[in-house]
Design a binder for this molecule. Structure first.
Ligand code: V47
Ligand code: SF4
Length: 375
């Protein structure tokens, strides 16, 4: 019994038999097919998918919304890949580039009170002169200064590049990083798995099959990871469904993904040449359909530094259960691409107020989604 019936969703509106069947599947906890997801993208309005997604989210987590206390460390924005949608990378030693030494990062971390954080998120560019020892030292240094934090670090793209640069397999890289303190991996670098489109927008980047293989290796080594999609550029709805389906298939096998984060393409300061960003209604529909299709990745995260905190609050009624994080103005990826959040900071108090204002129950979590405190 679901407590919700189709007429609660659509009222007196007439809906197609396809939408009726999809709604029944969701209410009966049956898995949606790729055709169902494509039909939703092509035909379902925002209210319809929103009601269903909120139903699924509430059944899993009630009114709880998770958040964590984190900062980002971005060691360098020098990157060999030059993805067309990226506003962040620079050539080595060029204007706007940075290359922090471990000492510089350590000095910054030493100013942070121990209780202010449970997670350090480390990502950066693929730097052609930084060998794996730099990254292992960095992990050890973070753990020395903040022994209680989890380190979630390095996209599959960075792992692949470390392997190449050091003549190691990706599995060896993961093992070395784990021994040095890596606890989990973020979901970046997935972009869009469709091979043809991927070759157009990020031609030199890790191939889709390799991105998935590296996450599989991580899961097999006990390293939990996240996954992302970059949407709102040249992809079709079918490309999005294909992307979600490849993740769902791997998750059926490994169960190592914790959270999925849809990342909206932002158009400023990059060469992809998309004139118009998607409207917010499409972002909401995308969150909702993702919640309905991706039934085996537990958490759907809104990354508010990208979408803005005001808008991100609305996503909480469209399937989202995770509001990442306190951040403390430590990331530049999205401000450089044109986000409204030019200095992303939310104190713990502000986060709790924001979630309560939206009739949610704030729950502080750690990186692996162990509950720290419910407010
Ligand atoms: O892979 C780069 C994206 C990603 C742009 O796992 C862009 O918890 C939009 O993956 N417009 C890196 N997106 C960030 C990332 C992430 C962020 C927050 C949390 C987690 C997590 C992961 O940023 C890249 C790429 O997809 N990106 N440029 C742009 N112009
Ligand atoms: Fe490098 Fe990542 Fe930017 Fe691509 S998106 S150029 S891999 S920093």
């Amino acid at each position: 019994m679901t407590g919700l019936e189709i007429r609660d969703i659509v009222g007196k509106t007439t809906i197609s038999s396809e939408l009726q069947i999809i709604a029944e599947k969701v209410l009966n906890n049956e898995r949606l097919t790729c055709d169902d997801a494509l039909y939703l993208y092509e035909h379902a309005n925002l209210n319809f998918v929103g009601m269903l997604a909120n139903f699924v989210k509430t059944k899993k987590f009630g009114d709880k919304v998770f958040f964590n206390k984190n900062i980002h460390v971005e060691p360098s924005n020098v990157c060999v890949h030059k993805c067309k949608f990226c506003s962040y990378y620079r050539e080595e030693k060029s204007e706007g580039s940075w290359e922090y030494s471990i000492e510089e990062i350590a000095k910054q971390l030493q100013t942070i009170p121990q209780e202010a954080l449970t997670e350090v998120h480390i990502v950066g560019g693929c730097h052609p002169a930084r060998k794996i020892d730099y990254y292992c030292d960095l992990l050890r240094t973070v753990k020395e200064i903040l022994p209680h934090v989890y380190i979630k670090a390095f996209t599959a793209v960075e792992i692949e590049y470390m392997a190449k640069l050091n003549n190691l397999s990706t599995n060896e890289v993961l093992q070395k990083l784990k021994q040095s303190g890596l606890d989990a991996m973020p979901g970046g670098g997935a972009e869009i798995f469709d091979e043809k489109l991927r070759a157009e927008i990020c031609p030199s980047k890790t191939l889709s099959a390799d991105w998935l293989a590296i996450h599989k290796q991580a899961h097999q080594l006990g390293i939990e990871t996240n996954a992302t999609i970059l949407y709102g550029h040249r992809e079709t709805f079918a490309n999005r469904v294909d992307h979600l389906n490849r993740l769902r298939t791997l998750q059926d096998e490994t169960n190592g993904f914790n959270a999925f984060i849809p990342l909206k393409y932002k158009k400023e300061n990059n060469v992809l040449g998309i004139e118009r960003e998607l409207p917010w209604t499409e972002d909401l529909r995308n969150f909702a359909i993702t919640r309905l299709f991706l039934d085996n990745i537990p958490h759907l995260k809104v990354y508010w530094p990208m979408l803005g905190k005001e808008f991100s609050q609305i996503t909480l009624d469209y399937g989202v259960d995770d509001f990442d994080g306190t951040i403390n103005d430590s990331t530049k990826i999205y401000s450089m691409a044109g986000s409204v959040e030019t200095k992303p900071i939310l104190t713990q108090e502000e986060m709790i107020i924001l979630l309560k204002e939206n009739n949610k129950i704030p729950v502080e979590r750690d990186t692996l989604y162990n509950i720290i405190k419910e407010y």
